[in-house]
Design a protein around this ligand. Structure first.
Ligand code: SF4
Length: 430
């Protein structure tokens, strides 16, 4: 299928600032052709490569991965945090997976849309030229990514088994995007209004509401929810005990960090993970220490080894400000415009289930930010706490297999059914 112009996120800037994080945190898959190319580059230990293993190997089923150093870093990462392949042969010689990160491309009807992973701290901090300024390079990269892939796919369901065609599905996506833009109210109110609006969408059928009539319906529903949710007047509804247990389990899954070192640790690491999940479910006493990704440590420094209690994280934090609201608006809109929250990009979730999952990132990130602030001896949030928490949690959003299981999907549906997603968003925003 021929695709028109690439759709780019409107608010986002990016360039790599060489924190070295992604080269320490990701297992890099290479194609057989890339394997041959890298082997043809004739690397040896005299080039500074610290590994006894083959540079590229695989389990024998046609998949191949780059080797890692003992500390988990990619075998090609040098002492200055730079890539040896890039330094010697130029960027084009690197595997596609390395050149792609942190971009992601997804089919969206007759177009391909671009999104970004906020696990890269430069994406979180919005550093570099705008996506639009990089259009020519991105178009080339996108062509490489989609080459040979079937991009002529059906749109995700709107909810349950309710489907529409791409032009109408895009109407829902644009309505979601608009719903989060109203900067006359704080981001929490925009999010609560959107959740309320989606509750109506979830109860509706669209077989006879198409095109212009669908626009009218969506606009009318948004207007009604705007009126029902007073400006900046947040309902303070304490989430139920069950909702907080499910929420902490989700937060634990989003905060975990499965690096090559952890994978090698085998059962010890799994046992540790199980203990963490049990402590998070209990939610009493001290909070288990969450891993700090290499990119987050490189940019924000390592947190002090302080004991933080669950009670501290339940106390209202304060410190939310326009800068934090702007970060969340950019994050949500990049994920929505880039279709990075539903369908093939996110565990085949419907638009409604996908948005519920995305909405839960808001309280999770604020909760992890509270933990970071508490580790630093503060009760009030700083924008950097939220940035670092977002970079930590987005590593897993839409990528962790643990979050794509039916158990994880049911957890989100259960929270939505109990009306607790809004309660969690409101409660942890205070
Ligand atoms: S995490 Fe981002 S800034 Fe850091 S090396 Fe990777 S792409 Fe560059």
């Amino acid at each position: 299928m021929a695709h028109g112009q690439l759709k780019l996120p409107v608010l986002q800037n990016w360039s790599c600032h060489h924190c070295g994080g992604c080269c320490r945190e990701h297992l890099i898959a290479v194609t057989p052709e890339e394997k041959r190319r890298i082997e043809g580059q004739k690397w040896s230990r005299s080039d500074g490569l610290c590994t006894e293993e083959p540079i590229v190997s695989g389990p024998g089923d046609g998949r191949y991965y780059l080797a890692h150093q003992d500390d988990g870093a990619c075998v090609f990462l040098d002492e200055q945090g730079l890539c040896r392949i890039h330094a010697r042969f130029g960027e084009a010689a690197k595997p596609l997976a390395c050149r792609l990160y942190p971009w992601a491309f997804h089919p969206r009807g007759s177009r391909i849309t671009a999104s970004l992973r906020f696990s890269c701290p430069s994406v979180v901090r919005n550093l570099g030229p705008s996506a639009e300024q990089q259009r020519a390079d991105l178009q080339k990269l996108c062509s490489e990514v989609i080459a040979g892939r079937n991009t002529d796919i059906a749109p995700p369901a709107v909810h349950g088994t309710e489907t529409v065609d791409w032009p109408d599905f895009n109407r829902f996506v644009e309505a979601l995007d608009r719903s989060l833009q109203d900067d006359s109210v704080c981001f929490t109110v925009r999010l609560l209004r959107t959740l309320e609006w989606l509750r109506v969408v979830e109860q509706s059928e669209f077989s006879s509401v198409r095109r212009d009539r669908l626009d009218e319906f969506l606009e009318l529903m948004q207007e009604l929810t705007r009126r029902a949710q007073p400006d900046n007047d947040l309902p303070v509804l304490r989430p139920s005990r069950l909702a907080r247990i499910l929420f902490r389990q989700l937060a634990g899954q989003l905060a975990r960090h499965d690096t090559a070192v952890l994978v090698r640790a085998g059962w010890t690491a799994r046992l540790q993970l199980l203990k963490t999940i049990l402590r998070l479910s209990a939610g009493a006493g001290t909070v288990p220490r969450f891993p700090e990704p290499a990119s987050v440590v490189a940019v924000y420094g390592r947190l002090p080894e302080t004991t933080v209690t669950f009670r501290q994280l339940e106390a209202h934090a304060g410190g939310r400000c326009e800068q934090i609201d702007a970060l969340f608006e950019r994050y949500f809109r990049v994920k929505i415009q880039g279709l990075h929250f539903c369908g093939a990009a996110c565990a085949d979730l419907s638009l409604v289930d996908g948005f519920h999952t995305l909405a839960l990132m808001y309280p999770v990130v604020l909760w992890l930010a509270r933990w970071r602030a508490a580790c630093s001896g503060r009760s009030k949030l700083e924008p950097e706490d939220v940035q670092a928490a977002l970079a930590t949690a987005d590593h897993n959003f839409a990528y962790s297999p643990a979050l794509a299981t039916s158990g994880a999907k049911n957890r989100v549906r259960q929270l939505a059914k109990m009306g607790q997603i809004s309660a969690l968003c409101g409660w942890y925003s205070l």
